[in-house]
Each structure stands twice: as structure tokens, then as C-alpha cells.
Design a protein around this ligand. Structure first.
Ligand SMILES: Cc1cc2nc3c(=O)[nH]c(=O)nc-3n(C[C@H](O)[C@H](O)[C@H](O)COP(=O)(O)OP(=O)(O)OC[C@H]3O[C@@H](n4cnc5c(N)ncnc54)[C@H](O)[C@@H]3O)c2cc1C
Length: 459
């Protein structure tokens, strides 16, 4: 006999718990299922722990640069990796336990700890329990993808999840994958004191960004001593003694990078392979992402998918926004849509990259008549005062409507400052509004009107 609910949420990622809170608040008898750790990837193996580790790495970096600021440090800068990990674990625990307690004390909610699988369009099994509901919402996220590269089975590789257990300093960390996740770990471990090599298949780092952004990030990382091998078309792994060998070239006598540890950061895959989607008739695309419409409905009435698993976003904020969209449609008679949102994200190397809207490459491809403004961070007083002048800002404007099409801020505070552009984009206002605003001195943001005062036609 199935236990009957009004709604079932599978997964406690960045959208599920908030939706469960809304559903129970609306008086719905709800079940939520979690197979591992409450709070999902962001809380346990993603955003929160990596940003906590990055903060430790920055502290080490600033300490090493003390002399630049007239601060003398008497003795070597030592990194205690056990304490670094313990600090990270403490920060993670707060969030993980917070989500667990929140859910377990929520009125009208039953928490099931186990792996959930559909048995039909309206039933889900969790171990010995069969649950039934008219509304089922999937929030199962994804995990590191492990490509079928030569030698992958023979080597003890790390992924973002395995990195969370590291409480020692790898002598030489080889990172396969030069994109967002790989680069954050690269700079972090270099600053902790490891030798770090990034091996990237593509011709440049973070291939989705514009070439000038990729080049500037590469320079920042290389200046800190990170070795970068691009265009590694035939990546393979092997074990030799206690070392790992990463081959990077297809040529005979392949080029080898010999390291102590290897991290695979080559993308993510959705957790849909063991979810019983076939029993429910829910369609996925060929990479396994659940196909949803603009309001997050799957092809099966009564089943929705939120977060990374629907392939419409790969961030905590896109997942949370999915919750807002679904709740608005379900309860508020407010037809919010996924296509209402403007792409925005950060890359948390130091200095960080904040991005909003289209890249320059996308604007060019669109064929729109556009204007472009750029400014080196070395021209920004605030950056000079802090002796952190790496990076640049770039903004793209629709020449006809004067609306902002996109922006990239690679520089101190870039992840925060980008919101001053993003909010104007959401307001649908022309860029000239920013030029008439009085900004605070000394900030990076105060230079955005100056950049906008020197726009050129994008040719
Ligand atoms: C190293 C790293 C750093 C990141 N940094 C950032 C960042 O700085 N900013 C940012 O916005 N994003 C970042 N992300 C991405 C972010 O973590 C994800 O986009 C976000 O966690 C997606 O959330 P979600 O709601 O899709 O589900 P998830 O957080 O992935 O959670 C899904 C949950 O479902 C559970 N589950 C899966 N299958 C089942 C099942 N069958 N039954 C029961 N439970 C199940 C899982 O155990 C998990 O707890 C990072 C990711 C990584 C890997």
C-alpha cells in the first residue's frame, strides 16, 4: 500500500527544500527524499566548501604579499591543511545541519532518507516505502562526469567530491579541465603551496567566455606559477610507481605530465540514470537531462524538474530561481518563466569574474548593431589603492535601444559589482541611467559610467 501525499520532492538541492516549505505552508501534505547529504552539491561539495577553501587560499596569498603593503612577516608562511579543512568542514556543517533541521521540523513534511525511484507517473519508491502523489518534483542535481578516457580505471583520481576530504598538500596536483571548477581548485592549491598543472583539451581556458577574458584569466594564473597545457587533444591517465601520469598529446612519444594527484574537472552529468524515469515516462535529452518547458513542466502532467537536472542552468541561483518560478506558477497565479532570467554567474578565481547577459562573441553572432566599452582595472583607483590591478571590465550595449546586452567584470569585487549592471538590465532601462547615477567613491563601480562614456561601435 502506498502512503499518500499531496506532493513529493525528490532531492534536497537548492530548490527542493524551499519548494517543500512553500507546499507545506500552503497546507499540502508533502514528502521529501534525500539519498545522501542534506543541502546537495552546493552545500556539501560545491559552492560553500570551495568558497571557504578559496578564502583560506587568499589569506595565504595576502600574507605572502605582505611586504608589498609594508607589512613585515617574520618567518615563513605555513599552511596547516588540516585546519584549512576543519574550517571548511565547520562552515559546511552549519549549512548542512541547518537544512536537515529545517526539513525535519517542518510541519506537514515527511523526510525520507534513501534513494528515490519512480515506479509509475505518480509513485516513488524509497527502499521499503512506496509513496504516491499527484504532484512530483525532481531536484536531484548532478555529479562530476568521468569520461571514458584511456587509463581512467587504473588511476585513483579525485573529483570535486573527493577534494573535500583532502587534508594534506598534494605535491603536484594535475587538473584535467580548464573551466570554472578546475580553475578554482588550481589557484586554491597553488596558493596552498602545491605545484599545479592544468591540462585543457580546448585551445583556451574557459572556452565559453570571450577570448580576452580567457587570456586575462590565464595570465593571472600563470603569474602565480600555475602551469597550463592547452590543446591537449588526447588526454590519458596512467599509474607509475606512486605517481600519476597524464598524457596530453596524440603525437608518438606522448608528452607526459607526472603528478602526485589528479583531479578530473571535465563537466557534470545529471543524476537521472537510476531514477526510474522510464517507469514514469519522463523524457530526457540525449545527455540525460530532463526535458522541461519554460515553466519547468516535464512531458508528464504532474511532474516537474528543477535545478541542474533540467539542463536549463548549472548554478545554485538558477536552481533557486527554478523554485521561485515553479512556486509562482503553482500558487500565485504568476506565470513566471525560465526565459525571463538573464544569464549571470561568477568564476571565483581571485580576482573574480562576474558575468551578466551575453558575451561579446554572442553579441557578434547575433548580428545586432552594438556598442562596446572596456576599461583596464589598472585605471580604477580602488584597484590601485589595493595593489590589485589585474583584469578589466567590458560592457556591450544595443546601439538601437541603448539597453545593456551583457557585461564582464574581471577584477576585485567583480562578482558583486556585476549586480549593478544586472539590476539595470532587469529594469529594462537604458545604460544612460547608470551615467546619471551618483556612485560612491572610491569604488570600482564608480568607473562604470566613465567606461560608458567611451563606447565604440562593435566592428
Ligand atoms: C566544485 C563546485 C563548485 C561550485 N560553485 C558554485 C558557485 O560558486 N556558485 C553557484 O551558483 N554554483 C556553483 N556550483 C554549482 C552548484 O553546486 C549547483 O548548480 C547546485 O548545487 C545545483 O543544485 P540542484 O538544486 O540542482 O541540486 P544539488 O545541489 O545537486 O542536489 C541534489 C540532491 O539530490 C540528491 N539526490 C540525487 N538523486 C537522488 C535520488 N534518486 N533520491 C534521493 N535523493 C537524490 C543528491 O544527493 C543531492 O543532495 C558549484 C558546483 C561544484 C561541483
Amino acid at each position: 500500500m502506498a502512503e499518500k501525499f499531496d506532493a513529493i520532492v525528490i532531492g534536497t538541492g537548492q530548490a527542493g527544500p524551499s519548494l517543500a516549505a512553500r507546499m507545506t505552508g500552503e497546507g499540502m501534505k508533502t514528502a521529501i527524499i534525500e539519498r545522501k547529504r542534506f543541502g546537495g552539491t552546493c552545500v556539501n561539495t560545491g559552492c560553500i566548501p570551495t568558497k571557504a577553501l578559496i578564502a583560506s587560499a587568499r589569506a595565504a596569498h595576502v600574507a605572502r604579499r605582505g611586504a608589498d603593503f609594508g607589512v613585515a612577516i617574520d618567518g615563513a608562511i605555513e599552511i596547516d591543511m588540516k585546519r584549512v579543512k576543519a574550517r571548511k568542514d565547520g562552515i559546511v556543517r552549519q549549512s548542512n545541519e541547518g537544512v536537515e533541521k529545517w526539513l525535519k521540523t517542518m510541519k506537514n513534511l515527511t523526510v525520507y532518507e534513501g534513494h528515490g525511484r519512480f515506479e509509475s507517473p505518480n509513485t516513488v519508491r524509497v527502499d521499503g516505502d512506496l509513496l504516491e502523489a499527484e504532484k512530483i518534483v525532481v531536484n536531484v542535481g548532478g555529479r562530476a562526469s568521468v569520461p571514458d578516457m584511456p587509463g581512467v580505471g587504473a588511476v585513483d583520481f579525485l573529483t570535486n567530491a573527493g577534494m573535500m576530504e583532502v587534508d594534506f598538500l598534494p605535491e603536484h596536483l594535475v587538473i584535467v579541465g580548464g573551466s570554472y571548477i578546475g580553475l578554482e581548485f588550481a589557484q586554491m592549491y597553488r596558493r596552498f603551496g602545491s605545484r599545479v598543472t592544468v591540462v585543457e583539451m580546448g585551445p583556451r581556458l574557459i572556452g565559453r567566455e570571450d577570448e580576452d577574458v580567457s587570456a586575462a584569466v590565464k595570465e593571472i594564473l600563470e603569474n602565480e606559477g600555475i602551469e597550463i597545457r592547452l590543446g591537449a587533444e588526447c588526454i590519458g591517465l596512467a599509474k607509475r610507481g606512486g605517481q600519476v601520469v597524464v598524457t596530453a598529446s596524440c603525437e608518438p612519444g606522448p608528452e607526459e605530465i607526472v603528478g602526485s594527484h589528479v583531479l578530473l574537472a571535465v563537466g557534470r552529468r545529471p543524476n537521472t540514470d537510476d531514477l526510474g524515469l522510464d517507469k514514469a515516462g519522463v523524457e530526457t535529452d540525449k545527455r540525460g537531462y530532463i526535458t522541461v518547458d519554460d515553466q519547468l513542466r516535464t512531458n508528464v502532467a504532474g511532474i516537474w524538474a528543477m535545478g541542474d537536472v533540467n539542463g536549463r542552468g548549472a548554478f545554485t541561483h538558477t536552481s533557486y530561481n527554478d523554485y521561485e518560478i515553479l512556486a509562482a506558477n503553482m500558487f500565485d497565479d504568476d506565470p513566471r518563466r525560465v526565459s525571463d532570467r538573464i544569464p549571470a554567474y561568477g568564476l571565483y578565481v581571485d580576482p573574480p569574474l562576474g558575468r551578466a547577459g551575453m558575451t561579446e562573441g554572442e553579441v557578434r553572432k547575433s548580428g545586432k548593431k552594438a556598442l562596446i566599452g572596456t576599461m583596464a582595472m589598472s585605471r580604477v583607483g580602488r584597484a590601485r589603492e589595493r595593489s590589485e590591478t589585474q583584469g578589466f571590465m567590458k560592457i556591450l550595449i544595443d546601439a538601437e535601444t541603448k539597453k545593456i546586452l551583457g557585461a564582464a567584470i574581471l577584477g576585485i569585487g567583480g562578482d558583486e559589482i556585476i549586480h549593478s549592471v544586472l539590476d539595470v538590465m532587469y529594469a529594462g532601462a537604458p545604460y544612460t541611467v547608470i551615467q546619471r547615477a551618483m556612485h560612491i567613491h572610491p569604488t570600482v563601480t564608480e568607473l562604470i559610467p566613465t567606461m560608458l562614456g567611451d563606447l565604440k561601435l562593435l566592428e
